[in-house]
Every structure is written in structure tokens, then in C-alpha cells.
Design a protein around this ligand. Structure first.
Ligand SMILES: NC(=O)c1ccc[n+]([C@@H]2O[C@H](COP(=O)([O-])OP(=O)(O)OC[C@H]3O[C@@H](n4cnc5c(N)ncnc54)[C@H](O)[C@@H]3O)[C@@H](O)[C@H]2O)c1
Length: 386
């Protein structure tokens, strides 16, 4: 079994280490900070103990996983690794520097992967002498629990590297989807309207946070409403993802960030982590009750879901991934109640199209333009799945 290297022992790195170690690999975790390594080790031991207590794994299995991990502040300890996953700070220059450094340490057949959420894999691989071995492997947080991993070959990636990577990550019992090296990959692209359109509905004064969340959960069937979810992710992080995707798409108005979210982030209303976001999480706080108006709620759901389906259809149109992968990504990566393309089939693409056309006519904004594929399929009465 190949030795796995993980660079960066923060939230994602620690989760990926656990996944690889639980699947029997020897793993080397490297971080600049000993304190972070100690914290990561402590966390793994705690999680393993909890799994033993719950009867999910045996004490031997827990010990095995814990013993599989070597912690180090020296990047040279990656020397023997056959597959390295980088999960350090989201900064291109820093990532490029470490990838150049990695290349001088590991053997020529070691695969170099990045867990980046928003940088292009091509730009990271651009600094490598052997760029054929660069690939994106995008885990979701928390990595041990979220089944999805997006695998992103860049223009430089060799076919064999892609297939070896897929075989490896599949062997970790993850659901893998292959997607193009484009901004936001699948999930962070297709999910944008879940936040953006909800914020827009709020900004127009159509409904408040609580009502939109109520509609999306109770009527829409989503596990969490958009504002609850943004508070959970953190408004700073969610805003940055939106802004990055917006800029990376050459300022396509479909992805335009919202002032409401920016102001919340600027005010330090980051969400749960600061006890205040769109909602107040402090003890004894009272939050507004939703207006449980079924007709209004259905309108909210129809609008946001139409925008989401349009995004998913457009991702098929641009060959970002195949239709099965796009539906899997949204159900396994962000727990949507159903795949968006399947949802489009169920509603009827002609009906989704008419909802988009109505918005497009009302606002006259490019944001609401239907995907050409949606128009073609609706006209012919076609479906994505039988
Ligand atoms: N947090 C998420 O939900 C999430 C989800 C998917 C992908 N990602 C991506 O994963 C990566 C890591 O994110 P995170 O949330 O785990 O970050 P984090 O801040 O929790 O952890 C980053 C770690 O990298 C270490 N580090 C920084 N520079 C280093 C270097 N040169 N060498 C070794 N270690 C270094 C830091 O000490 C820190 O421990 C980012 O690229 C991010 O975009 C994050």
C-alpha cells in the first residue's frame, strides 16, 4: 500500500489524514506548526476513542489508525510517499512554492494533489517540471463524514495519473466525480444560487431570513435553509467563495456577491463561530419567527430551485462533468434532497424554463438567462434521465 503524505494539518488536512489512515495507509502529516500537529493528533485520538465507545470500531482498529500516522514539521519526511495531498492555506503563491519544493523531495512517480477549493489546478501545476502528475482532489468538510470527492484533472494531467487517483480515492469508500478544472468545480459552482438567490429575495424585501429558511426546509426539503447554512459555514468564508467564483467567471452577473452578506462579514456577524450571523446564537436570544405563508414559501422555493437547476444544466452544457456526476455531487457533497437534473425532469424543464424567463423579463438581467441546453431540451420535451 502506498504511503500517503498530507501537507497542512488544519481542518481539511486532519480529516484527510483520518480517512487515509483508517483505510490502512501509512500517512505522513506535515505542518509548519508543531502546535497544530499536536492538536491534530489529539483530535484523531479523541475521534478514535469515541468510535470505540460507540462500538463502531474495535480498540485494535483505533490503535492501528492512530499508529498509521507520523507527524512532522519537516517536509523532507515525504520522501517515501507515493501520493501527496496538499491542504494548506488558500494562496496560489504559497501553494506554488510548496509544490516546487515537493518536486525536489519525492520520487518522479509520486502523484501531487491539491485540495484547493478555488484555485485552478493548472496554475498550481504550472510551476512543476513534471506537471503531468498534478491533480485536484477536493474533499468536503468534514472529510471523514462527507462522502464526495471531486477529482479534477488539469490540462497538464496524464490519463494514468487520473485513473490511479480515482482508484485510490474510491478505495477509501468515497463517492468520486471527475470534473473540469473550472471555477468552483461542480459543487461550489452549482450551489451558488442557493445562497445568492436567497440573499437577493431578502434584499428585495420579499421575505426575511427565517421565512426563506422555513420555505427551503419545509417546502423545498433541504436539510438546512440558506441563512442557517451560511451562518454555519461562516459569512466570511462563504462570501469569499462567492467573490472568487464571480471574479474567476470574468464577473458573470449570475455569481455576483451580495451586499447583505458583505456587510454581515464586515460587521463580524460571521455566524455560529461569532455567536451572531443572520441569527443570534447567544444564550437566551430570541430570533424572528418565519411567516408560514405556503404560497409565498412555494414562490421562494420555485425561484431558488429554478436558479439551481439552471446552474446544473449549464454545467452539463459546458461539459464540466457528466449528468450523473453533477447529480451525485449535489446530493453527496452538500446533501441536497435530490439531484438537480432529476429535479428538473420531475418539475418539467419547460416549467423551469418559464420560471427563468419570467425572472429574466422582469429584471432584464443576464443573471436570469436560461442555459442554452435548458432551452433546447425544453423545446424538444427531453429529460436528463428516463
Ligand atoms: N475548510 C473547508 O471547508 C474546506 C473544504 C474544502 C477544501 N478546502 C481547502 O483546503 C485547504 C485547507 O483548508 P483548511 O480549512 O483545512 O485550512 P486551515 O487553515 O484549517 O489549515 C491550513 C493548515 O496549513 C498549514 N500551513 C500553511 N502553510 C503551510 C506550509 N507552507 N507548509 C505546511 N503547512 C502549512 C497551517 O499551519 C494550517 O495548519 C485550502 O486550500 C482550502 O481552500 C477547505
Amino acid at each position: 500500500m502506498i504511503k500517503i503524505g498530507v501537507l497542512g494539518g488544519g481542518t481539511m488536512g486532519s480529516g484527510i489524514v483520518q480517512v487515509a489512515a483508517q483505510n490502512g495507509h501509512h500517512v505522513v502529516l506535515v505542518d509548519l506548526s508543531q502546535e497544530i500537529l499536536d492538536r491534530s493528533k489529539g483530535k484523531l485520538i479523541k475521534i478514535m476513542n469515541r468510535l470505540v465507545e460507540k462500538g463502531k470500531i474495535t480498540k485494535d482498529q483505533a490503535d492501528q489508525t492512530i499508529n498509521n500516522v507520523q507527524y512532522s514539521t519537516d517536509i523532507n519526511d515525504f520522501k517515501e510517499c507515493g501520493f501527496i495531498i496538499e491542504a494548506i492555506v488558500e494562496n496560489l503563491e504559497i501553494k506554488q512554492n510548496v509544490f516546487s519544493q515537493l518536486e525536489s523531495i519525492v520520487s518522479n512517480d509520486c502523484i501531487l494533489a491539491s485540495n484547493t477549493s478555488s484555485l485552478s489546478i493548472a496554475s498550481i501545476g504550472g510551476v512543476l517540471k513534471n506537471a503531468q502528475r498534478i491533480i485536484g482532489v477536493h474533499f468536503f468538510n468534514p472529510a471523514p463524514l462527507m462522502p464526495l470527492v471531486e477529482i479534477i484533472p488539469s490540462v497538464q494531467t496524464n490519463e494514468e495519473i487520473l485513473s490511479k487517483t480515482k482508484i485510490l480515492i474510491d478505495s477509501w469508500k468515497k463517492v468520486t466525480v471527475i470534473c473540469k478544472d473550472t471555477p468552483g468545480f461542480i459543487v461550489n459552482r452549482v450551489a451558488r444560487p442557493f445562497y445568492g438567490e436567497a440573499l437577493r429575495i431578502y434584499e428585495e424585501g420579499i421575505a426575511d431570513f427565517a421565512t426563506i429558511d422555513w420555505a427551503m426546509t419545509t417546502i423545498g426539503g433541504f436539510k438546512m435553509g440558506p441563512f442557517t447554512l451560511m451562518d454555519y459555514i461562516g459569512n466570511d468564508i462563504n462570501y469569499t467563495v462567492t467573490e472568487t467564483v464571480f471574479k474567476a467567471f470574468y464577473y458573470d452577473p449570475r455569481y455576483r456577491p451580495s451586499f447583505t452578506q458583505k456587510r454581515h462579514a464586515e460587521a463580524g456577524y460571521l455566524g455560529r463561530k461569532t455567536n451572531r450571523g443572520y441569527y443570534d446564537y447567544s444564550e437566551n436570544a430570541t430570533n424572528p419567527e418565519p411567516v408560514k405563508d405556503e404560497i409565498l414559501g412555494q414562490k421562494i422555493v420555485d425561484r431558488i430551485v429554478a436558479m439551481l437547476i439552471n446552474e446544473a444544466v449549464d454545467a452539463v452544457f459546458w461539459n464540466i462533468a457528466d449528468k450523473e456526476a453533477i447529480d451525485l455531487a449535489m446530493t453527496k457533497g452538500v446533501n441536497y434532497p435530490k439531484g438537480l437534473l432529476k429535479w428538473g425532469d420531475e418539475i418539467g424543464l419547460d416549467i423551469v424554463l418559464s420560471r427563468l424567463n419570467e425572472l429574466f423579463e422582469l429584471y432584464g438581467e443576464d443573471r436570469y438567462r436560461p442555459s442554452p441546453l435548458m432551452k433546447k431540451m425544453a423545446e424538444k420535451g427531453e429529460k436528463f434521465f428516463d
